[in-house]
Design a protein around this ligand. Structure first.
Ligand code: ADP
Length: 423
């Protein structure tokens, strides 16, 4: 392993994985603090759920993840948090970064959540979301970690006893060598964390190059853009194999629990091409046999052509279900049902699964008891195929609601074919 990463949530982990794979590093995402064998990959990302838990718990989990990654002999470590720097004065970015530095015996780390592609930029230490300063963006009203100060230097300073400094735009613009000089200066002045300005990808590439020899980096997934090249120039990366997945045959299945507009169009498009079954959310609450009925419908139809089971519905229908069952109860019930259906149909031979919906994907991955995912080729921007790393691998495409074009499902299965044949 070259790069050992700790991500403070699951989607952040997959986002980072996607960036690394596209830049040529084979990458595995592990779900939760792992205990088993360290997987073979250029980068291993431990996905935690540590963003909004008490700081002491986040530190404990992150240190356990670090121990595991150290066992894999990582040359460099990366603490990935949100590009909007989601945190409170109690943490968890500062306390976790401090603990990782202490455990690695290092005095200094940069902090750079910039992600210009998604319009997260940093100038003079201030984070901008789209065109707005962080504290004037919708993050101001975030239910768990309202961000009411745009200055990341101040935000991070409130979370750490160490001194927080800034590597400003004027330095970053000059490139990697200038950034390295500035880092030395800051370290000599006793700075422990430095927010780094970045307003475009060139800046992120320069920062990555400047930090080739740093033991720990902290930031969003954008910062990862510049790291693979550091390993490539040392001839440590194989070419052309970063997104290789094992050949996975078996039946094709689409489970759609997302109700977003893009998914509704995708479900409609797939319905024209394959058999489909509507999972009735109200029936789930009334009839305990509802899941079994869906499974019995699908089982004899499983094969090379996908079958579709969906709870995807228009806003009016959702509103009816939610007013009858409550929003949360309805959501959990449908998610659990999708998880149960996935488990039954994988037992019946389904091996190529496309799951639509972020929460739905989480429920399915948990129900299947998956410990980690190797990241493969992208189907549409931000949605790669993955393969579980468990004994009998399952191919999974986990799509958040609004991602993907209208033909996403058909495109996904087509994308898997040449990949499967190549390995
Ligand atoms: P997205 O990525 O589009 O937000 P998610 O899976 O994260 O999709 O969220 C969709 C939520 O809606 C889930 O909690 C799911 O269980 C719930 N849901 C799905 N279908 C229905 C339905 N027919 N009625 C009520 N809730 C539903």
């Amino acid at each position: 392993m070259l790069l050992g990463c700790i991500a403070d949530d699951f989607t952040g982990a997959t986002d980072l994985a996607n960036t690394l794979v596209r830049q040529g590093m084979s990458t595995v995402v592990l779900l939760g603090v792992p205990s088993g064998r360290v997987p073979e990959a250029d980068a291993v990302i431990v996905a935690l759920k540590s963003r909004s838990i008490p700081a002491a718990d986040a530190v404990r989990l992150s240190l356990s993840a670090l121990d595991f990654l150290k066992r894999g002999g990582a040359r460099q470590y990366y603490f990935k948090y949100c590009s909007t720097f989601d945190s409170t004065d109690a943490g968890n970015i500062g306390p976790v970064a401090d603990a990782l530095l202490a455990a690695l015996g290092e005095p200094f780390a940069i902090a750079c959540p910039a992600f210009p592609t998604n319009k997260r930029t940093i100038y003079q230490g201030n984070l901008f979301v789209d065109e707005q300063p962080l504290a004037e963006s919708s993050m101001r009203d975030h239910p768990l970690n309202p961000m009411t100060d745009s200055s990341l230097v101040r935000v991070l300073q409130r979370q750490t006893q160490g001194k927080v400094g800034l590597i400003p735009y004027s330095v970053v613009e000059q490139g990697a060598a200038a950034i390295q000089v500035e880092i030395k200066k800051l370290m000599a002045a006793g700075v422990r964390h430095a927010i780094v300005d970045a307003i475009n990808d060139q800046h992120l590439l320069a920062i990555g190059a400047a930090c080739a020899d740093m033991k720990l980096l902290t930031g969003g997934s954008g910062l990862a853009l510049g790291l693979p090249d550091n390993f490539r120039t040392q001839n440590l990366l194989k070419t052309g194999t970063a997104n290789a997945l094992p050949k996975i045959g078996g039946h094709a299945l689409v489970l759609s629990g997302s109700c977003s507009a893009a998914t509704q169009r995708q479900v409609a498009a797939l319905q024209r091409e394959c058999e489909s079954y509507a999972l009735d959310a109200l029936a789930l609450s009334r009839d305990p046999a509802t899941v079994g009925k869906a499974v019995e419908w699908a089982r004899p139809r499983l094969g090379k052509q996908p079958v579709l089971i969906y709870s995807t519905a228009a806003p009016k229908q959702i509103a009816e279900v939610q007013s009858s069952l409550g929003r949360e109860r309805a959501g959990t019930m449908v998610e659990n049902a999708m998880g149960e259906i996935a488990k039954e149909l994988v037992a019946a031979g389904a091996r190529r699964l496309v799951i639509a919906g972020g929460e739905t994907s989480g429920a399915v991955v948990t129900a299947l008891g998956i410990s980690g995912l190797r990241v493969g080729p992208e189907i549409d921007p931000g949605v790669p195929w993955t393969a579980s790393i468990d004994a009998e691998p399952v191919a999974l495409a986990l799509k958040s609601g609004n991602f993907g074009g209208d033909d996403f499902f058909a495109k996904a299965f087509k994308a898997l074919e040449p990949q499967a044949n190549r390995i």
